[in-house]
Design a protein around this ligand. Structure first.
Ligand code: ATP
Length: 369
């Protein structure tokens, strides 16, 4: 962990950063909590420049020795509406109360900035040693079902398992999901989890019924392992290649591009599934203008066709242009697209065709002597 110059008996590293240090892993966010009011604390620091204050959450951003540091006040939370953002209940509460609002014991440890002592009220250290994920109370998933996806993320990232009681609580929640939840938060966790690109995550997601958090419609694990394909072709949004396969993800707030990826998948699915004798030209046309993510999703139903397109067909492009057609005396008209398709079809059959040969073919078939 990168040690800071700022030390105080009430200032603690907290959550993921402490967990990662104990696991010997690098952490990118340094979360700091001040037991008491962090804003008032920051105002007492003579050398700190206050950059930003968020009064309702009791958080403050400061600049100290050229470094930007976020400090949160200890706070307790309540969930007036289960599954939605909690309300801040008490800013400046005890460190223990702040810790008890957290998701898993391994994320509920603090480390004193002054003495380096680890504060562990919930036996997080023992769970870390035993590679267990344990929630802090029985209502944890009811309050915030996104914790189920966080559990999945940590289990695949660290190779941990849910402890027996936590697994029972998860199963119980998944039997009676409250769909009135914040899908924005759920999506954030899904993106982080599936961008790890681990097939084991998808196996657990499907086999343990976690996918039902998005929609109750049944889904079974596809046969094709997407992990290798994603590694090979490197799509921009790996997560959607997994999650987009579910029959209904309309609960998730999608960007325009993500929505297009899913809509195109549904549109092309039948054709790719049923047309066994689909020609190279038809494959090319079906996948033209479609995102790589959609094609990788389709690989779960017909890897032969998608592989042929990605490795071979998509690199084939006619060289002839509209200008060439005009030069040989064909005036611009809707006929152009028919001509381009004709050349494309020829080129797919014989990728070695050069531009002169393409022009010759057009002359032969479209210019009546
Ligand atoms: P990552 O390494 O994926 O960022 P993290 O544990 O640091 O993991 P953050 O989302 O940055 O995750 O959250 C910081 C801390 O806030 C967590 O370690 C945990 O203590 C707490 N936390 C985050 N999300 C929740 C949640 N949904 N419910 C309860 N506590 C949470």
């Amino acid at each position: 962990m990168c040690e800071m110059n700022l030390k105080n008996e009430n200032l603690y590293y907290i959550g993921g950063v402490v967990r990662d240090e104990l696991l010997g892993k690098e952490s990118f966010d340094i979360d700091l909590t001040y037991q008491g009011n962090a804003i008032e604390f920051a105002q007492t620091l003579p050398d700190a420049e206050i950059l930003q204050i968020n009064e309702p959450f009791g958080t403050v951003k400061i600049k100290l020795d050229g470094e930007e540091i976020d400090i949160a006040s200890t706070r307790s939370e309540i969930y007036p509406q289960k599954g939605h953002l909690p309300k801040v209940n008490n800013i400046g509460c005890s460190l223990k109360e702040d810790i008890l609002r957290r998701d898993f014991t391994i994320n509920a440890m603090a480390k004193s900035t002054l003495t380096g002592e680890i504060i562990d009220y919930t036996s997080g250290l023992e769970d870390l040693k035993n590679k267990k994920l344990r929630v802090l109370h029985n209502n944890s998933f009811i309050d915030d079902p996104t914790r189920i996806v966080r559990g999945l993320k940590f289990s695949v990232r660290f190779g941990f398992e849910l402890d027996e009681h936590t697994k029972k609580l998860q199963d119980k929640y998944l039997q009676s999901i409250n769909y009135d939840m914040s899908y924005k938060r759920l999506k954030k966790e899904l993106v982080e989890t599936f961008n790890l690109n681990l097939w084991t995550a998808f196996e657990k997601f499907v086999n343990e019924g976690i996918y039902k958090l998005i929609s109750p419609q049944e889904f079974t694990l596809p046969q094709n392992n997407l992990e290798e394909l994603i590694k090979k072709y490197k799509p921009t949004f790996p997560w959607i290649v997994y999650v987009g396969l579910l029959p209904d993800i309309s609960n998730l707030p999608l960007t325009k591009t993500e929505q297009k990826i899913v809509d195109d998948y549904k549109k092309i699915l039948n054709q790719v599934q049923n047309d066994k004798n689909i020609s190279d030209f038809e494959i090319y046309k079906a996948f033209e203008g479609v995102n790589l993510e959609t094609i990788l999703m389709l690989a779960t139903v017909n890897p032969e066709i998608t592989g042929r397109y990605l490795d071979k067909l998509r690199h084939i492009k006619p060289e002839i242009t509209g200008k060439d057609l005009q030069e040989i005396g064909i005036a611009p008209s809707p006929k152009y697209s028919e001509i381009f398709d004709f050349i494309l079809n020829e080129k797919l059959k014989n990728p070695a065709l050069n531009k002169t040969q393409e022009i010759e073919l057009v002359k032969k078939f479209y210019l009546i002597p």
